[in-house]
Design a protein around this ligand. Structure first.
Ligand SMILES: C[S@@+](CC[C@H](N)C(=O)[O-])C[C@H]1O[C@@H](n2cnc3c(N)ncnc32)[C@H](O)[C@@H]1O
Length: 433
């Protein structure tokens, strides 16, 4: 049965293990694995990958994107399918995987129709509607739960209306058998080695607003893989479009840019919509504290606020944003802030694109490393923030309600929903690791 976009998506995140690995750690791990990946790992997953390719039915002349192209196992098959008139772009976080795949495509005589790009799937460096199809195998399950829909929203953005997406991944669909549970326990224990964890790809695609979702389950060495194919809706504004927001560029700080709004990202989306980031006079007013930092008066703000200096992804311009510090750890020198406009927060996209330049906090300035907080930690930190601000609890709740677009009542379930909707990000000096 097909569900309408965005509907019934409350269960796509159910039971998923959090992912705490940073991008830098993932890149390093796959750079290392690139030497043996083709011969050791690829063969185990070949069958499931093949089912995904069959479901995608790539046609001659098509433009296809592979997200997480790895050592190029599927890339060559895709290049053959598009033929000499088509084009395949492989995107991967790991430069060494990209090198391996480049050599492989070239040896297969496909170099002229394949382009390989180092990049992050949460911010695909390709134009809107520039592909007919998108393929991803054993990669979506590497992203932390709030990022899964972000990656799918990016796939959707770069697909033309009516374009197809195929996702192959480990499956957590019901019934979850003991091999899956055992694997998850091993994953909990050795997350760096068994980094893929089972997810719900079909439900996630539905939640991300894809239509005509079809899936097949493939046994995988006692576990199950799922190959799912779906279509980007042809109508320009579906229910999910409304939730995903509009716009294309990084406006000075937090403008809308067509990335998923919180109602598309939360496991339990509400009909309410998160307000758009402010523009014009209001944005100017909110940015007034920037001047305190430039007037060397940042001591007045202590560790309650920080100034984030970042670079616009598309404009390359310098951006400065003052953010309230939700939690400060003086020992680690780590400051946690919330992305107040959820996944439409521009500074967050710039940070995730590796464009955070400096953090000014108190009297210090440093080049930051960042990490996204997993939901459990974020919930704890947010509860602590509320405790510290209990005298103004009604105000805090009113502001949070305004940011999330629904009434926040301070219950644990609502708090969980808030931190899933408004990601918490920790900055610390890069040199401190
Ligand atoms: C498990 S491998 C799968 C590779 C390939 N799809 C296959 O089936 O053989 C996951 C791949 O995703 C890449 N990856 C991990 N995180 C990524 C990210 N944030 N953006 C793009 N690629 C990523 C890794 O570098 C790795 O090559």
């Amino acid at each position: 049965m097909r569900r309408s976009p965005g509907a019934g998506s409350g269960d796509w995140a159910q039971g998923l293990r959090p992912v705490t690995r940073t991008r830098a750690e993932a890149r390093q791990a796959y750079d290392r694995a690139s030497r043996w990946y083709r011969h050791v790992e690829e063969p185990f997953e070949r069958r499931a990958r093949g089912v995904g390719l069959v479901l995608l039915r790539v046609q001659p002349g098509e433009r296809v994107l592979e997200v997480g192209s790895g050592a190029g196992g599927a890339l060559v098959a895709l290049a053959r399918a598009v033929g000499p008139a088509g084009r395949v772009v492989g995107l991967d976080l790991s430069p060494r995987m990209i090198s391996r795949a480049t050599v492989r495509a070239s040896r297969a005589g496909m170099a002229d129709r394949v382009e390989l790009v180092v990049g992050d799937a949460t911010s695909i460096p390709c134009a809107d509607a520039s592909f007919d199809a998108s393929f991803t195998a054993f990669t979506l399950e590497l992203f932390d739960t709030p990022e899964i829909l972000l990656v799918l929203a990016e796939c959707r953005r770069v697909l033309r209306p009516g374009g197809r997406v195929a996702v192959v991944s480990l499956s957590r669909s019901d019934p979850v058998g003991w091999p899956t549970r055992l694997y998850e326990r091993l994953h909990d224990r050795f997350p760096a080695t068994l980094d893929c964890r089972p997810i719900h790809p079909r439900l996630a695609l539905e939640a991300a607003g894809f239509e005509h979702v079809r899936s097949r389950t493939i046994p995988l060495w006692g576990l199950r893989a799922e190959a799912v194919v779906a279509v980007r809706p042809a109508a320009s504004r579906s229910v999910a479009d409304a939730a995903l927001g509009q716009g294309t560029d990084d406006v000075p700080d937090q403008g809308a840019d067509g990335r998923p709004g919180p109602s598309a990202l939360t496991p339990n989306p509400a009909p309410a919509r998160q307000p758009a980031p402010p523009r014009g006079v209001l944005r100017g007013l909110l940015n007034l504290p920037v001047h305190l930092y430039h007037a060397h008066l940042s001591g007045l703000l202590g560790h309650r606020f920080l100034l984030l200096v970042h670079t616009g992804r598309r404009t390359g311009a310098r951006r400065e944003t003052v953010l309230e510090v939700v939690h400060y750890d003086p020992v680690a020198g780590e400051a946690v802030v919330a992305a107040g406009w959820g996944r439409r927060t521009q500074w967050l996209h710039n940070v995730e694109a590796g464009l955070a330049r400096e953090v000014w906090i108190g009297r210090e300035r440093f080049v930051p490393a960042y990490r996204m907080l997993a939901a459990d930690e974020a919930e704890r930190i947010f509860a602590d923030y509320e405790r510290r601000n209990r005298l103004i609890a009604p105000l805090v709740r009113a502001v949070v309600s305004r940011l999330v677009g629904w009434r926040y009542d301070g219950t644990p379930a609502a708090r969980r929903r808030v931190v899933e909707q408004l990601p918490l990000v920790a900055f610390r000096p890069e040199a401190s690791g």
